[in-house]
Structure formats: structure tokens, C-alpha cells
Design a protein around this ligand. Structure first.
Ligand SMILES: [Zn+2]
Ligand SMILES: [Zn+2]
Length: 347
């Protein structure tokens, strides 16, 4: 999946010592000259330009490409890895879309937990609004658009065109949440591909640096998805058109399902950054949400979360942001599934 040699690398003799170098190797086995030395120099220059322009995401992207071209057990690889980790952490400490939210943020801080919840919700909404351009850009990928239309056609035949369009757009917004986070951290990935009857997926071409990054990328989908469901509910309350309620309800349900902390599901990625005690806290929140809403899906989350807390490969260092995002999503989405909407077929 990772691109290897560039066109200039077709010659297999090492320019330094002339030894034959197999195409998959990153360094000459005899003199240790780096096979991609020229490309690495270009990437370093690119990273340098991005630093001066203050574009951390572009800088991260360049260094990540360099990592793919460096042999893993070298000093250079370790140095660049450390740089990537530091840049990624710095990005988390300086969220970019804060321009419009400072007054709001200050007022909300005084309200404690509810304030955090509200400011997160606001954050998600502002995010969706300001990233409308990104949402439209995603459609320029032919593979995404065609698979999306195919999915729409399948749902159309079952539930009618309005529902089909709303449902697919909901999934699309969820996927673009992942895309936005990946772009922010400079991680290469494929465009979203839709699978009729299942949903959509994105394949990463590079590994996230650490558990924290994995969790941010994973939970970004449900955060955007919850924003989409909230927007659909808002239209439903304003217009009383049942179709919007149905789209919102199914959107909330699908995003909640994605929070089951197993395998490659978004919840599994979110849980990766949680320590054992944090996992038990999340399990407790799921339990309370189930007790309050009686939403059957939460039982599945509860069992999986308890298993992940008990046997799972937990993080060593706590990550408060991942815990907050995960529990906030469980709370908001569970409550959303309780909003009664017309259309018994969806229940
Ligand atoms: Zn050599
Ligand atoms: Zn997702």
C-alpha cells in the first residue's frame, strides 16, 4: 500500500558502491546509502517551507512521507518520528477553528460540565459549517461519488429516494469527519468508498503516530455524524416533516453503533487511547445511558466496553480528550435515539 520507488529509482545499482539493491529495500545493504536520498531531501525542504508558512499539517504530511522512505532502525527514522509526534501533539494544543469561538468558549467555561458539552456541540456545528468547502471537495473523487450513487440506488429501492439521499449524505458527513482529521494530521488515506447496505470506509495508507492520534481520527467521524443527525433533528422540529426525523434517527443509531469499542470500528480506535480506569469510566457512562434510555444497542456497547476494560490492550497514559469525546458522543447519541419520530419501519 505504501508507494515505494519513484521513477528515478529504476536503476537497481547503488550509485555509491554499485551493489545490486532489491526494489523493496530503503537502504543499500552494503554501504547503507539511503535509496530515496534525493526524495528525502525534497521532503525536508518541503517541510521547511511549511514550517515557515506556519502550516503544521503540511509539515506533518511531508515528514510522514519521509518516514515511509527511511529504514525503521535508523537515527534519522527516530528523529523524524519524534518530530512527527511533537508536531501532532502541538496541533492538539492549538485547535485551529477557534477564531469565531473565543467569547462563546469563555462564557461556556464557567458553566462546568454542561458548558464543556455545549461548547463541544458548538465546536462540532461550527466545524461542519466552516468545513462545507471540504465536504464539497470530497465529491470530486470519482470513486467516492460513484460508490455513493450506487449505495443511494440500493437504499432508494427499499425506502424511497428522500430517505436514501438523506441517509447517504449522513454517512458521507461522518466519513468527511475522518478525512478532516486525517488531513489535519497529514496522514495519507484513500477517498471514502461506499458499500451498499454496509456504510462506507476509508483505508489509511500510513499508520497514526500514537494511540491519541488514532483516537482523534476515529472519533472525528461520529462527531461529524452526530452534528449531521442534530441538524436533521433541527429541521424535523422546524418543519415537522417526518422524513427528516427518520433520517436523523437512523443517523444517530448508525453513529452510536460505530462507537462499539471493537476491531476497526470508530469506538475501537477511540478506546485505544484510554487507560484501564478510563475504560471503566466509559463503561459506566454507557451503563447509565442504557439505564436512562433503554436503548438496546447500548447493551452491545456495554458488553464490548467492559470486555475492553477487562482484557483489552489499554493505554499506559491517560487521554482526557478521548474519554470526553467518547462519553459525550454516547450521551448525546443515546438521547437522540429516544426522540420519537414517525415511521415504525425504522425501529
Ligand atoms: Zn551501496
Ligand atoms: Zn467512522
Amino acid at each position: 500500500m505504501i508507494e515505494t520507488a519513484d521513477p528515478g529509482q529504476a536503476a537497481l545499482g547503488c550509485p555509491e558502491c554499485g551493489v545490486h539493491v532489491a526494489p523493496a529495500l530503503l537502504a543499500c545493504p552494503s554501504c547503507h546509502r539511503l535509496v530515496h536520498a534525493e526524495q528525502l531531501k525534497r521532503l525536508a525542504a518541503e517541510a521547511d517551507r511549511a514550517t515557515r508558512a506556519g502550516d503544521s499539517s503540511a509539515e506533518l504530511g511531508a515528514w510522514r512521507q519521509a518516514l515511509d522512505l527511511l529504514p525503521p532502525d535508523t537515527t534519522q527514522h527516530r528523529t523524524v518520528s519524534a518530530r512527527v509526534a511533537a508536531l501532532s501533539r502541538a496541533l492538539d494544543n492549538h485547535p485551529t477553528p477557534a477564531k469565531t469561538g473565543s467569547r462563546w468558549g469563555k462564557g461556556a467555561a464557567g458553566l462546568g460540565a454542561i458548558g464543556v458539552l455545549l461548547s463541544k456541540l458548538k465546536f462540532a456545528l461550527v466545524f461542519v459549517l466552516t468545513k462545507a468547502k471540504l465536504l464539497l471537495l470530497g465529491l470530486t473523487k470519482a470513486s467516492t461519488l460513484f460508490s455513493m450513487l450506487l449505495s443511494m440506488g440500493v437504499y432508494w429501492t427499499i425506502w424511497g429516494w428522500k430517505f436514501a439521499v438523506g441517509f447517504v449524505v449522513s454517512i458521507y458527513i461522518h466519513e468527511m469527519g475522518h478525512v478532516q482529521a486525517l488531513t489535519r494530521y497529514g496522514i495519507k488515506a484513500t477517498a471514502p468508498m461506499f458499500i451498499p447496505g454496509v456504510g462506507a470506509f476509508i483505508r489509511l495508507k500510513q499508520y497514526p503516530t500514537d494511540r491519541r492520534e488514532d483516537a482523534r481520527v476515529g472519533l472525528a467521524g461520529p462527531i461529524w455524524g452526530a452534528g449531521a443527525a442534530a441538524a436533521a433533528y433541527a429541521v424535523y422540529f422546524a418543519t415537522h416533516a417526518g422524513i427528516w426525523g427518520a433520517i436523523a434517527h437512523v443517523g444517530a443509531f448508525i453513529n452510536l453503533f460505530n462507537l462499539v469499542p471493537v476491531w476497526q470500528l470508530d469506538g475501537g480506535r477511540g478506546f485505544r487511547a484510554l487507560t484501564r480506569p478510563q475504560r471503566w469510566i466509559a463503561t459506566g457512562v454507557i451503563g447509565v445511558a442504557w439505564w436512562l434510555t433503554a436503548e438496546g444497542l447500548l447493551l452491545l456497547l456495554l458488553v464490548a466496553a467492559a470486555a475492553a476494560a477487562w482484557f483489552g490492550d489499554a493505554a499506559e497514559e491517560p487521554d482526557a480528550a478521548s474519554l470526553l469525546q467518547y462519553t459525550w458522543l454516547v450521551a448525546v447519541l443515546s438521547l437522540m435515539t429516544r426522540i420519537s419520530v414517525p415511521g415504525a419501519m425504522l425501529r
